[in-house]
Design a protein around this ligand. Sequence first.
Ligand code: 87F
Length: 507
Amino acid sequence: MAGKGANTSATKGKKKEVKKETGLGLSYKKDENFGEWYSEVVVNGEMIEYYDISGCYILRPWAMSIWEIMQTFFDAEIKKMKIKNCYFPLFVSSGVLQKEKDHIEGFAPEVAWVTKSGESELEMPIAIRPTSETVMYPYFSKWIRGHRDLPLRLNQWCNVVRWEFSNPTPFIRSREFLWQEGHTAFATKEEADTEVLEILELYRRIYEEFLAVPVIKGKKSEHEKFAGGLYTTTVEAFVPNTGRGVQGATSHCLGQNFAKMFEINFENEKGEKCMVWQNSWAYTTRTIGVMVMVHGDDKGLVLPPKVASVQVIVIPVPYKDANTQGIFDACAATVKTLNEAGFRAEADYRDNYSPGWKYSHWEMKGVPLRIEIGPKDLANNQVRAVRRDNSAKSDIPMAGLVEGVKETLDNIQQSLFDVAKQKRDACIQVVNTWEEFAEALGQKKMILAPWCDEEEVEKDVKARTKGEMGAAKSLCTPFDQPELPEGTLCFASGKPAKKWTYWGRSY
Ligand code: 87F
């Protein structure tokens, strides 16, 4: 949808450089070719640039600013909880990395190693952290002596590297990603249990209140939990287009497994030697990918106002011999008023692009609200507002600009969540038998089924659903359990069911 040459130069006689207006818009449709649509939307929306190492991506400012907004929220919340930030090294010695065998087993193929400096081989290869349990816990052991040293609650914002081999996807599965990792130690299991859920609630809020993505809180099965820990809680999102669940973020209670391995002990009030109880928890830049997949459309990204670095884009629409300067001044005044009221607003004054081109450009980038100011708006002392999420247009009087914009942005934020939840809920299918399960899986559903909670049965479900689309697995057992009538049988084994669990294919 290339506009015509935007020769709207106000300065007569001076030759302006007019960039060739390349075609905007996407060549793939979300409903027709989701994979290609996603790759195109993150690149054309200027979030991602592909890099010459497979599985590694450049996070451009448009993506980084979203990460920073979530970071500001989460960081302030964990500080309220007395959790402190720290930074541990990127490199791990092989001895330390392999100290906890059960933990690293299965993950080993994904660990990246540095073996050389210049031309010379290192005496011992050094691993790049895939996660920091083994990096941090030797120092937990050193720093924790008595009960007064507890709780010890640390967090770090950093990158990690996992050399994945299955198909890389920007944000969703990349070989290097950003995250925060929290690592805490307590005197009692009760304190650890409480924190696990407090952190999970923050993760829910990131998804639901910031990214406007509905999630389900629950517990991972024994098969899907973090093997080094006691239990894993999760927020699970769902991508209706692909019918896949996404593990949104996890909060683990590690129990005393690592305490045993790393000898993290303390002396209690009675002078007895005890082992600490530990947690670890993380959310990653994957959050951004889930948001793009859930809200994006055939015009590009759709950003929820709470995370958009530009919430309002103001576009001057000069017309022939209309009062161009007056229009530009009104745009500047609009931006100023909105900025002073705390909104992230900008104007696009570029004179080498037409208004139509700019509309498409900012739609591609997902800016929640566009304000157009033309001669008619100027004359009527109003602005024209166009919503990115549903294209609804309205006139806002200049006198009520701040109130009008606030109401519209709040409405967009809420509406994005409501629409996403409606779509997600329409994909949830309750089943009771294997036949119903197989049919629902074929229809890309997120399946809620009664389950006997046996690991062998879950392995069997995986084996029976293997195919080119990938096997189905348990996503989580929701904390919010529907009633399970006496005598309900497991959908997969026919044994007595113990709980309702979500199943499906996943990322
Ligand atoms: C890949 C290579 C080596 C996941 C890995 O979830 C080790 C690992 O330990 C590994 N991939 N994990 C599990 C990470 C568990 C835990 N770590 C702290 C978290 C939250 C943050």
